[in-house]
Design a protein around this ligand. Structure first.
Ligand code: SAM
Length: 265
């Protein structure tokens, strides 16, 4: 069987280490879901382990039609479960209408966009086990006060408990990427909602970090109604605030136009 010629434009770095692939698939907990969507199966190193799982519903989405042809020949049983398409354009809540997990060695060039997409369906996506470049993992996991802490850290930490499982050396890919990779697991937390206006929360966090160096009384001026009750936070820079601080801040700011992108599934 011919292999798939790796395309840089699609972020194709194919994992070659079976032990790592087994470990990644073995990191799915199946605690509150039984369905899984694999993003970018490529040449199918994770697919082999996923398709062998018993009593689980697994679907796949891959943008490269050559990879899809290859996969269907290699794993005929996935023929009706694989979508040829772009994860960024897919409607996740139509792929599964019930809770599910996402797994994948993500195309690094669009990994942040994939996380934003996942956030739009945060109540259906109960778990994410994925490989990303280490710097992206650092950003997602980093706590308030650190250089890497930013919009994606706050958004994801608001809804998911996140852990780094292990790092992966570039040598185990064809072709090897220029960076170290990390496998991380995001588990949906128990809070169905944040207890504040979530559209405004997204807007507040984005607005604050878009002017990262400014203190909040300057960057959030346009959203202010009453700054008395956030007095202590008001003179901080956004990277000093944890998720709960942003929630508190959101609760005392008047909604001046919603950002629907993230709150709609
Ligand atoms: N899972 C395979 C592995 O571990 O070897 C391949 C991982 S490779 C890093 C990323 C995969 O995502 C490629 O197969 C690529 O074609 C696919 N991909 C890239 N952009 C995509 C998109 N927008 N939607 C769906 N799949 C995409």
């Amino acid at each position: 069987m011919n292999s798939v010629t790796p395309k840089k434009s699609l972020g194709q770095h194919f994992l070659t280490d079976q032990n790592i692939a087994r470990k990644i698939v073995g990191s799915l907990t199946f605690q509150d879901y039984s369905a899984v969507l694999e993003i970018g199966p490529g040449m199918g190193i994770l697919t082999g382990y996923l398709s062998a799982l018993k009593n689980r519903e697994i679907k796949y989405i891959e943008i490269d039609p050559y990879a899809v042809d290859y996969l269907v020949k290699k794993f005929p049983e996935i023929q009706n479960k694989i979508i040829t398409g772009d994860i960024l354009k897919a409607r996740l809540n139509e792929i599964y209408t019930f809770p599910f997990a996402i797994i994948g060695n993500l195309p690094y060039n669009i990994s942040s966009q994939i996380f934003f997409k996942i956030l739009t369906c945060r109540n259906l996506v109960r778990e994410v086990v994925c490989m990303v470049q280490k710097e992206v993992a650092d950003r997602i996991i980093s706590p308030p006060g650190s250089r890497d802490y930013g919009i994606l850290s706050v958004f994801l930490q608001a809804f998911y408990r996140i852990e780094r499982l292990f790092n992966v050396n570039p040598k185990v890919f064809i072709p090897p990427p220029n960076v170290i990779s990390s496998v991380i697991r995001l588990k949906r937390n128990e809070d169905e909602t944040l207890g504040c206006d979530e559209s405004l929360f997204f807007r507040v966090v984005k607005t604050a970090f878009n002017q990262r160096r400014k203190i909040l009384s300057n960057s959030l001026k346009s959203l202010v109604v009453n700054n008395n009750r956030v007095g202590d936070l008001w003179h901080c820079r956004p990277e000093q605030l944890g998720v709960q601080d942003f929630i508190r801040l959101t609760s005392v700011l008047k909604n001046s136009g919603h950002d629907r992108n993230i709150s709609d599934c």
